[in-house]
Design a protein around this ligand. Structure first.
Ligand SMILES: Nc1ncnc2c1ncn2[C@@H]1O[C@H](COP(=O)(O)OP(=O)(O)O)[C@@H](O)[C@H]1O
Ligand SMILES: [Mg+2]
Length: 277
């Protein structure tokens, strides 16, 4: 969770450099009027959202409302049909020359994607690799980091997600919750500026959900910028800076958890929350 909204009284000790409370902040993620259709059916109807560095945004909404599609657009796993998305001030998937927009070549897209980690509902670990190998594969293969360095970092990350003792285990030997924590460590190994989560606990047995949410809370507290699609209202209430309620491809309501979750302004938000809480 970001501390940028902290009251001024909690701010400076002498010699500490802090951003003035009213200084403009460049969003790390900015989506403007994003549109996406599948076969003539528009599933994103102009999504505009912004996430500041260090913020956690939780996306809620009924099945089919476009949450996964929107996440997939953020790292250009889907082309968009209108609007624009930028991460860290750079258009995602497209380059602008004068007033024309071109799709980037696959190499450029791959480079951008490296800065955006994604954690899915299904953990998608490589079954023939140990937990540690799953984490070090991309840093070694893609970022050309030495095996030794990648291994040291991988062990650090496993420790961070509470799995230091399971480095040599294969996915089949791990519980779903442990596999998901390896998947989070794997995403972190690429030093992403932004982490996207698509219902990361939905496929887990209820008793395994807590450990994964704890890891995500720690990441949030450490200042990671995150967009999290989730039905875990408790997590959203505690960890989100901004909660977004989507329905039918539009943003219905957005605001701090205390408003959207506990005092929703829209009848659609209210009805959805009644159905999941
Ligand atoms: N690859 C696809 N081809 C066609 N339709 C799709 C595809 N992916 C998603 N959709 C449709 O887009 C809508 C939004 O889906 P999705 O983004 O998965 O919603 P959510 O994640 O909120 O459940 C749904 O109606 C879904 O059927
Ligand atoms: Mg989905």
């Amino acid at each position: 969770m970001t501390t940028s909204a902290a009251p001024a009284s909690a701010a400076t000790s002498p010699g500490t450099l802090r951003r003035a409370a009213d200084a403009p902040v460049e969003p790390l993620l900015s989506a403007l009027k994003v549109r996406k259709s599948y076969g003539g059916v528009e599933v994103l109807k102009g999504i505009s959202l912004a996430v500041n560095p260090g913020q956690v945004m939780c996306l809620l909404g009924p099945s089919g409302s476009g949450k996964s599609t929107f996440l997939r657009c953020i790292n250009h796993l889907e082309r968009i049909d209108g609007g624009r998305i930028s991460v860290n001030g750079e258009l995602v998937g497209y380059a602008q020359r004068r007033d024309r927009i071109f799709e980037m070549n696959p190499r450029e897209v791959a480079r951008q994607r490296r800065g955006i980690g994604m954690v899915f509902q299904r953990f998608n670990l490589f079954p023939h690799m140990t937990a540690l190998e799953n984490i070090t594969a991309a840093p070694i293969g893609v970022r050309r980091i030495s095996k030794q360095k990648a291994k040291e970092r991988g062990l650090e990350l496993l420790d961070r997600v509470g799995l230091a003792n399971l480095a040599q285990s294969y996915p089949a030997q791990l519980s779903g919750g442990q596999q998901q924590r390896v998947a989070i460590a794997r995403a972190l190994a690429m030093d992403p500026k932004l982490l996207l989560f698509d219902e990361p606990t939905s496929a887990l047995d209820p008793e395994l959900v807590g450990d994964v949410l704890d890891v995500m809370r720690t990441l949030a507290a450490d200042g990671m910028t995150m967009v999290v699609v989730t039905h875990e209202i408790g997590f959203a209430r505690g960890a989100a800076d901004v909660v977004v309620f989507m329905d039918g491809g539009v943003v219905v309501e957005t605001g701090p958890p205390a408003v959207v979750l506990d005092n929703p302004q829209s009848a659609r938000t209210k009805a959805f929350l009644d159905s999941v809480m």
